[in-house]
Design a protein around this ligand. Structure first.
Ligand code: UTP
Length: 293
């Protein structure tokens, strides 16, 4: 099996119901955090990890994702005519020249497992990354996927990005029970999708970062509908664990759950505080606001 992770799958065909009405015609993944859509943060994280093939699993109403990663001839011409070279460079850097983008339609939103399986003809017999753009993970020094690719190079097995969550929130995540840890990585002994707090095996939650071996495809094929009536990736990973080791990795970085309104707001404020052009004015505004609260 190839040791290098060169492909990333972005399952972005979900309905985004928690964000309606904003997501009626606009994909959740195109909502901007300050000045960049969530989707672009995810692609940048993959590029930083050495990945050069981006596979988007999209659905109806998601065509603007394709437009965002396409060349914008008219806009580029207009910016050139106006001598806006910095903006032009910014636009052209969205997809570096060595990166290719592939778009696959998931005709029906049958679940995350089903969405990942849509990529199987393009992935073939290689390990690959999965990134859910609504989990925005900030680490200026070493992106979450870069950390996971490095770990994959040592262990050559599937790896799930995990994080401790409030024990009352286990019902929103895939939850793992792990064995003895070796640093930030631990072997997964059990994985359950969305367990209620009373029966959750821990509060270690799977977030939107995975490296999977291609054996996952055969498992998804035989995975029945699970939680929420969807074909769950978690259930396929549970089946994979019968044959292969799967590691949980507690990544270094801050995760923002941008699929929820509060998480999205927090990400917006914290990214505003990090933004080179805006941060001074934004801090001054927040200080002023805090006095009025
Ligand atoms: P979510 O559980 O966040 O669902 O999916 P959602 O539809 O995006 O949002 P809500 O809960 O209705 O607000 C997790 C990820 O899996 C993708 C979603 O796009 C998201 O990135 N997904 C989910 C698919 O690509 N296809 C599916 O059938 C289901």
């Amino acid at each position: 099996m190839s040791k290098k992770i060169t492909k990333a799958v972005f399952p972005v065909a979900g309905l985004g119901t928690r964000f309606l009405p904003a997501t009626k015609a606009t994909p959740k993944e195109m909502l901007p955090i300050v000045d960049k859509p969530l989707m672009q943060y995810a692609v940048e994280e993959a590029v930083a990890a050495g990945i050069d093939t981006m596979i988007f699993i999209t659905g109806r109403t998601k065509n603007v994702i394709m437009d965002h990663f396409d060349k914008a001839y008219e806009l580029e011409k207009e910016l050139e005519a106006r001598n806006k070279h910095d903006t032009l460079d910014l636009l052209r850097s969205i997809v570096p020249p060595h990166v290719s983008c592939i778009f696959i339609r998931q005709a029906e939103a049958l679940g995350l497992g089903h969405a990942v399986n849509c990529a199987s003809p393009v992935i073939g017999d290689e390990p690959f990354a999965v990134i859910l753009p609504d989990d925005l993970i900030e680490n200026a020094d070493c992106g979450c996927m870069t950390q996971m690719v490095e770990l994959y190079q040592q262990h050559q097995c599937s790896i799930l990005g995990v994080e401790r969550v409030d024990p009352f929130e286990t019902g929103s995540y895939g939850i793992v029970k792990v064995g003895e840890s070796n640093g930030r990585a631990s072997p997964i002994e059990l994985i359950v999708e969305k367990p209620k707090p009373a029966v959750a095996p821990s509060n270690l939650a799977v977030v939107g970062r995975y490296i999977l071996t291609p054996a996952i495809f055969n498992k998804i094929k035989y995975t029945a509908k699970g939680a929420g009536g969807e074909i769950q990736l978690t259930d396929a990973i549970a089946a994979l664990m019968a044959d292969e080791q799967v590691l949980a990795y507690e990544f270094e970085g801050n995760r923002y759950d941008c699929g929820s309104k509060l998480g999205f707001l927090i990400a917006t404020v914290e990214h505003g505080l990090l933004h080179k052009e805006l941060k001074d004015d934004f801090i001054a505004y927040l200080k002023d606001l805090a006095k009025k609260l």
